[in-house]
Design a protein around this ligand. Sequence first.
Ligand code: SF4
Length: 480
Amino acid sequence: MFGVWSPGEDVATLAYFGLYALQHRGQESAGIAVSDGTRIVVFKDMGLVPQVFDAPVLSTLRGHIAVGHCRYSTSGSSVWQNAQPTFRTTASASLALGHNGNLINTLELAALVRESAAGGGAAGGSLAGLPEATSDTEVLTALFTLPADGVTQGIEAAALAALPRARGAYSLVFMDERTLYAARDPQGFRPLVLGRLERGWVVASETPALDIVGASFVREVEPGEMISIDERGLRSRRFAPAQPRGCLFEYVYLARPDTVIAGRGVHATRVAVGRTLAAEHPVEADLVIPVPESGTPAAIGYAQASGIPYGQGLVKNSYVGRTFIQPSQTMRQRGIRLKLNPLRDVIAGQRVVVVDDSIVRGNTQRAIVTMLREAGAAEVHVRISSPPVAWPCFYGIDFATRAELIAGGLSPEEIRVSIGADTLGYVSLEGLIAATTLPRERLCRACFDGDYPLPVAHGEQGKHLLEGAVAGAGAARAGS
Ligand code: SF4
């Protein structure tokens, strides 16, 4: 997610570069909205950033404000209608919005929008006034354009009124014709940073997107803060007290290694985790290899601390996307085989420690252990730089149900047997937290320990929540 306000710059191209740096956060669809001060134009499509945009398309997106998004779906299917930025108009303004995270009171907010629509306040009488889109982001967009007491209000006022009603994870970048906005939920589950250009401002999910456009890091958008940027400068408002619970999994897997979170580089954190892993789960072996790329820093740390030589034993095809981030199980399994290939000369006859960042469903690690054995490894010792992922995430990662998580039902020893490793060791939760240098109470650790910072009501879960609600509403209408 990326936003830029900068008169005189080619903001669409800056957004394109920013999204390129953030492609790892979502690979299903991409979009950019641009305003020239009077009109917002949105271009979005399914696919990777360079598949969606080329020079002729970017040249049509003229203005001085832009919002860009690349989507990984956690609410609503991976379809064009749910691609972002979303777009919606009121009598006085237009809104384009990008969202990273996942709301946990989507149905409640949808009901609010529907009530308002039924009262004549909003356009359309269907769910959220948007029959085609089925994401929490569309509901939020509708909420940001609701009139107050039947009177159309500006986007800024409407957003400030609506944000305290939203619960869950939402780092937002949005705009009307004249102003760029950014907001972050009170827990700050997902990262969001502010940067300075010579003649403007940038907001982005991660710091490498600032680096790529030549912006200097200013600070993080605070949890519970909304920022507005226009020709009058930057204004900051607090819409809720900060209760920071940043996502621990960002350090494990989600964020780029060159990202800085809370003043600490993700790469350094991952190396430190690898050292701890070596201390907690030592083994006699000949070679430490990473599962590239997100296992690499922890493998370096493991090798440093253990004294076992580090090497490259698996070659990654960089043109294949992240495995668990792809939407269907069949796609995921194919993705694993496409993505990694062993270096037989390096592996054959060796006792190998293979370091990966996490085990979610277990498919990747099972395939890797098999590959390494087929390549002639004498022993395969799997080391994981996170604790077992045993609980679903409701704040923006598609770990949908406990049943899908291998550690939701099996012990580490049972998982070792299931993936076929000689030994298996996970870093402890304490070890991982210590490596971040943040206090435990400032981190969300729910997928590891089940301690959810925001409880999720029964029936308010699931990626296809609104699709069920829309289908249900349609059936109710058809039956009435
Ligand atoms: S449950 Fe896990 S993945 Fe989700 S926000 Fe919390 S730490 Fe991050």
